[in-house]
Design a binder for this molecule. Structure first.
Ligand code: SAH
Length: 242
């Protein structure tokens, strides 16, 4: 993967997804460095199933950067279940104004995310732990302006993991695939119990070089504090979603 072909492909995919405001030489260089690091690390540790730039640029980078425009300036943002750094690392590249915290239960992924952010000069704090435990700590509970999450759980499970972290007046963004609307209808009851209110959904196509995939972004406002009994233990959340 040489830099010039990466650059050309990145520009093509970002234009196609109407993300042209994020195309700068500095961004492309950082995304290139991230890709090199991720593909290298992926040989010894499972970070991503996507290993070529024709997949990584649309399905990781464009997909995550699509959320960037929705986040207010200088917001404090938590990415729950950030795994190998999505969406947190792309957001850190295109939105250096944000105060970003990544949370994941897999410690070695968290070490990779912190180390990668440090190497790329991105301001990110990566914390290892289970969301349902960290959400009980006063430092994190009702704390974040924005909570965002991609590919962690169905919405009726994810909402209980994420909503406790959002401050009253803040917002939760769930990045969902084609089943987003169906997941939302299952989760409506729980969202309300957790202090949330549906603000809206955006449906759009994510374009690869020669194909497109459906995406649904669910936006939930936090209108009141999440009751103390939530989140419950993970086994209970999964077995009996709200
Ligand atoms: N958001 C990333 C990773 C998705 S994989 C992406 O879009 O590529 C799901 C990740 O969620 C895994 O890394 C897993 O360790 C993490 N995870 C699942 N349940 C969790 C929990 N209860 N608390 C914290 N992390 C969790």
């Amino acid at each position: 993967m040489d830099y010039l072909s990466f650059r050309e492909y990145f520009i093509r995919i970002f234009y196609k997804n109407r993300l042209e405001t994020y195309i700068t030489e500095e961004h492309i260089r950082k995304f290139y460095d991230l890709t090199v690091k991720m593909v290298e690390t992926n040989k010894v540790m499972n970070i991503t199933a996507l290993t070529t730039m024709d997949k990584i640029i649309p399905l990781h980078y464009a997909d995550c950067v699509k959320a960037a425009a929705l986040i207010p300036q200088n917001a404090t943002v938590a990415d729950i279940g950030c795994g190998g750094g999505f969406p947190i690392l792309p957001l850190a590249i295109v939105r250096p104004d944000l105060n970003l915290v990544g949370i994941d239960s897999t410690e070695k992924k968290i070490r990779y995310v912190q180390n990668t952010a440090d190497e790329l000069g991105l301001s990110v704090t990566a914390i290892s732990g289970r969301a349902e435990d960290l959400a009980k700590q006063t430092d994190y509970r009702d704390h974040f302006d924005v909570v965002i999450s991609r590919a962690v759980a169905r919405l009726n499970v994810l909402d209980e993991l994420c909503m406790p972290f959002v401050r009253v007046g803040g917002r939760f963004f769930a990045l969902k695939g084609a089943a987003g609307q169906e997941e939302l209808s299952e989760a409506m009851n729980g969202i309300q119990k957790l202090g949330g209110q549906l603000q809206g959904t955006d449906e759009y196509s994510l374009f690869t070089a020669d194909d497109e995939e459906k995406r649904v972004m669910v936006r939930i406002d936090k209108i009141s504090a999440t009751p103390k009994e939530y989140p419950r233990a993970f086994g209970v959340i999964k077995k009996k979603p709200l």
